[in-house]
Structure formats: C-alpha cells, structure tokens
Design a protein around this ligand. Sequence first.
Ligand code: PMP
Length: 381
Amino acid sequence: MLKLIEKPEIISFAGGLPASELFPVEEMKKIAVKVLDENGEEALQYSGSQGYLPLRDHIANRMNSKSMTDVNAKDILVTSGSQQALNYAGNIFLDEGDIVLCESPSYLGALNAFKNYQPKVMEVPTDKEGIIVEELEKILQNNDRVKFIYVIPDFQNPTGITWSLERRKKFMEVINKHEIPVIEDNPYGELRYEGEFLSALKSLDTKALVIYLGTFSKIFCPGYRLGWVCAPKEILKKFITCKENSDLQTSTIGQRELSKYIDDYDIDEHVEKVKATYKKRRDLMLSCMKEEFPKGVSFTNPSGGLFTWVKLPEKLNAQEIMKKCVENNVAYVPGGFFFPSGNKENYFRLNYSSCKEDKIIEGIKRLGKVLNEEVSETVEV
Ligand code: PMP
C-alpha cells in the first residue's frame, strides 16, 4: 500500500510531513558557510554527549516561554529527533512483560519504538478533553507492572485533540498519587492556530515524574534530526548514558547550525509563517470535508498540529476503503494502526500540512466520492 501511494498521481494525506516549501533553505545556506568559516574545526569534531550548550540554552529558554516550564540547559539532552528519545525511554524503563500505558489511540511510531522491549501496551480511553483520568486510575489500581505512561497532550497524533488545563491538572494528581513516570511527547505544541498556550505537564510536575520530549522537526525542519529530552536529573543521566552507548552524540555541525540560526534569525517569526500556512490549509480541508463527506462521518476540529481524525460509521472498515481510495488516487492512514489492542477499523487520519491548497480541494473531493459510495452501500445492506 505504501508503495502504491508513492505514485505521483496520488494525492496523499497519509504522511505527517511538514511543508517543505517553508523550509528556510536560503538562510541555512548562509548559516552553513558562517559556521564553517567561524568554527569549522570544532563544527566537524566530536562533541559532548549531552549536546551543544548554546543550543541547549536556546531550547530551555523557548520551553520556558511556550510551555510555562522552569528549566535550564543542564536539564536538556539533545537527541537525533524525538524518535530516538522514545527508543531510549523503552530501553531505560522496560523489561519484557512490563506495562506501558498510552492514550487510545496513540502515535504508532512510539508504540513501535517501545515494542522492541516487549512490553504489554494498554490503552487508556480518551474523550474530547484528553485522557479519562477515572479510567487511568482504575488501570493503575489493578496493574502493578506499569512502568510509564506515554501521552501527547497537545494536538495529538493521530486525533489532533488537546487536553484541557483542568484535565492536565487532574491527570497529574493521579500520577502523583501513584508515582508513575510520564513521557510527555510534544512535537506539535507550538503549532497552535487559535487560543492560548497551555501549561505543559512538565510545568505541573511536583514530584520529578515527567520526562518531556521536544523536536525541531515540525517547527523548523526534520532533516537535521534535532530533538531533545528534558528530564529530572537522575532520569536524564540514564538518557545520556543511552546516548553515549548508541551514537555518542547528536551531529555537532547540525546542532551548531541550528543554534546559529536561532542567534541570527527570529525562529518565532519563522514559526508564525508556518502556522499561518497550516491554519489556512486546516480551514480549507475542514470546510471541504463538511461539503463533501456524507452524513454519519464525523471528524475532529483541531486547534493546532497537523492532523484531523475521521470517524466512519461502525460497520465500515477504513483499511478496506483505502483500496478504493487508491484506485481513485487519494490516500490516508487507516486508523486501526493507532490502536495497539486492534479491533477499531472505522477511523482514519488525514494530514493537512503537506499538500498545497489545490491538492486539498481535489483530494477531499475524491475522498468524498468514495465515502459517499461506501456510506450509501452500507445503508442499503
Ligand atoms: N512523536 C510524535 C507524536 C510524532 O508525531 C513524531 C513524528 N511524526 C515524532 C514523535 C518523531 O519526530 P522526530 O523524530 O522527527 O523528532
């Protein structure tokens, strides 16, 4: 299926790619020359495992201004994208048969990273305001091998849902009571198109339980593979050991280039440009979906991030329908993959960041045509 959707005639809403036309190519050309001119030898040398200090300073300052945290460079480890940090989390916390909790549904890439360590993954039900804490409490009361809970409170992948502040606070009460480590994965938090930034779980943490993962992939570009872990001291030490043992350090030159970019340019201004484009594309996609999709098909209305999550009538199977979609040259990710326990096939995920406006209009038209045929077919049955 993945091979098929690479065909040029397919309009794909399947990936989670940022819009490449917004990458700061010209700026990074100048920065690359500058870094090599000014500090060429250091930039091409090995460097410390924890990461380039000026970049860690930038990361801590940005986190404090966006996520209401109070952290500094010593709390940060620079990783090769947050995907690497997810793998380290599995390595540090999990033995075969341990339990990992996650939202239902959750990010497939994280679940796959944890799978290497053979845990049992248990889903915690969610609603429009985030994880349902009463359900979490029940699970924690009945299971003693829970090693951590993995959550994406901001513009979740795949649903686009953001936890309310009240839910965040209630969640932390339960976490503090049971003293369970939390992996807070936040690649999309800065991509907020309306409303105020909400406190990160990290900023509500009073018992050194929250491990925060961030990344430059979605606000800047993924090609540098630059992400980070911000964790309590003793836990961060373990992440640093993982880093030393796996690849020694994140690319020296990449870290220096990004740090210099943040020195010389206004990264917040860049993020504003990205947000303006994504907001426009989100609005367009949602309004086309309202026009084209049949009754009985519903979808989330995310106030940020890259995805909307579509729910089909229960009898429909998004994997089956995907075959018809590919015949009609349009693609999405069937939702079943995001539920580790399986059995939920009537969902799919759409990405609105990577396709230009004309493709969004045409792609949703094609998808609407297939869905209209499918929904009327099930009604007849
Ligand atoms: N977490 C989530 C929720 C994601 O959606 C992604 C990327 N799709 C990642 C982590 C990994 O991002 P990266 O490794 O590029 O930082």
